[in-house]
Design a protein around this ligand. Structure first.
Ligand SMILES: [Zn+2]
Ligand SMILES: [Zn+2]
Length: 143
């Protein structure tokens, strides 16, 4: 994808650079992502390239057996979901300096989405079961 893209949290203390695997963004409708983000968690795959600044006050919260969530300890901004083995990193599109560059093309955990909202536009969707079957190391776990 070329050169690294930069991003930061609301207060600016937690800065990062990443080279997204794709320019297409995905939305996760699982309850943890909704709690974590306070809204609709839109992410872009930055696996292998997400690097926080050395002095960034990033705190990680282990949300499941295989995943953890990174947020700014100063302002609370949601920044990323990461697999604990370090192989996967999905950064919040909203944290990038130019969030509009990532069109939303995918919806995950579509069967966990409350009926109170919906996204416009064409997307591919995956249910929780479909997602876990494809990505989870342990079918009992969850994102
Ligand atoms: Zn911050
Ligand atoms: Zn999720």
């Amino acid at each position: 994808m070329g050169a690294g893209l930069t991003g930061r949290c609301l207060c600016g203390a937690s800065r990062f650079i990443a080279e997204p695997v794709s320019d297409e963004a995905g939305v996760c409708h699982c309850s943890m992502c909704r709690k974590f983000s306070g809204g609709v968690f839109i992410v872009v795959d930055c696996s292998g390239s997400l690097v926080f600044a050395d002095d960034a006050p990033v705190t990680r919260f282990q949300s499941s057996e295989w995943g953890e969530r990174a947020f700014c300890a100063r302002c609370g901004s949601s920044l990323a979901w990461l697999s604990r083995d370090g192989r996967m990193a999905f950064a919040s599109v909203q944290a990038f300096d130019d969030p509009g560059r990532f069109p939303v093309k995918h919806e995950m955990f579509i069967d966990c989405k409350p009926g109170s909202y919906g996204l416009a536009g064409e997307t591919t969707t995956m249910t929780e079961a479909e997602f876990m079957a494809q990505y989870a190391p342990n079918p009992e776990g969850s994102a």
